[in-house]
Ligand binder design. Structure first.
Ligand code: CA
Length: 242
């Protein structure tokens, strides 16, 4: 049986007055999640909090039985949060367009299940190499896929924050599910775009390579994103397989 060590931190950053990100970490039940809200009139923070609360509720009675169960719970968290946010927006004119991006990682023994929607990201740092596990659901990613722009051009593109899929915006939601097997030493990083917009992958990799614990790594990531400008709320959740 694998054990995991987790740490999560969220910071409002240097330019915004409120934090629309939310996170949850539960190493005992073996899951963690990051959500990044959007929508005016404080709707963003409501949406991301609904995602986190829904995940907590769905996993509340959770006892790992099989990886199929974990997969179903990940899927259920997204779909239930989607319905709740969508209905709340439908009933309140000032909450139109509210939604959130989200990453949810859950374990059953050595198997992990990752759910992903939007432009928050999950990375896996394994054997000293950082790899982005998720693909952004963004206008710019679509253009990269079509060969219209390069990833380098995308980093500074004016429309880089336009997302094409989010939790709570439509009645239906397609969730990217990624399943795999963890290895001792694996370090998973879930983060909002306030981190990966500010830091390049090589910088994230350098910080994750430091010989410090996950708490300290989470701190360093947040500080580095702020040192690079801190334009947005920045949230990281780290999970190390021990
Ligand atoms: Ca953001």
């Amino acid at each position: 049986m694998f054990r995991i060590a987790c740490s999560g931190k969220s910071d409002v950053g240097l330019r915004r007055s409120n934090n629309e990100d939310a996170l949850i970490i539960d190493p005992d039940r073996g899951f963690l999640a990051v959500a990044d809200g959007m929508g005016g009139a404080a709707s963003g923070e409501v949406a991301s909090q609904i995602f986190v609360d829904t995940t907590r509720e769905v996993f509340a009675g959770y006892e790992a039985q099989s990886d199929q169960v974990v997969s179903a719970l990940v899927q259920k968290s997204f779909l239930l949060a989607n319905a709740r946010i969508f209905n709340l927006a439908k009933e309140n004119a000032d909450r139109q367009g509210m939604g959130c991006t989200a990453e949810l990682l859950a374990f059953y023994d050595r198997v992990y299940m990752l759910g992903h929607v939007g432009d928050s990201r999950t990375y896996l740092f394994r054997d000293g190499v950082l790899r982005q596990m998720t693909k952004d659901h963004s206008l710019i990613q679509d253009q990269i896929d079509q060969g219209l722009i390069t990833p380098e051009e995308a980093r500074s593109h004016a429309l880089r924050n336009v997302i094409v899929r989010a939790v709570g915006v439509n009645e239906e939601l397609a969730v990217d599910l990624i399943r795999g097997e963890g290895q001792p030493g694996d370090l998973f990083l879930l983060c909002s775009d306030g981190l990966h917009d500010m830091l390049e992958d090589y910088q994230i990799q350098e910080l994750l390579s430091l010989s410090v614990n996950v708490n300290e790594k989470a701190e360093r990531l947040i500080e580095a994103a702020k040192a690079a400008g801190g334009h947005d709320n920045v949230t990281v959740a780290l999970c190390e397989v021990t």
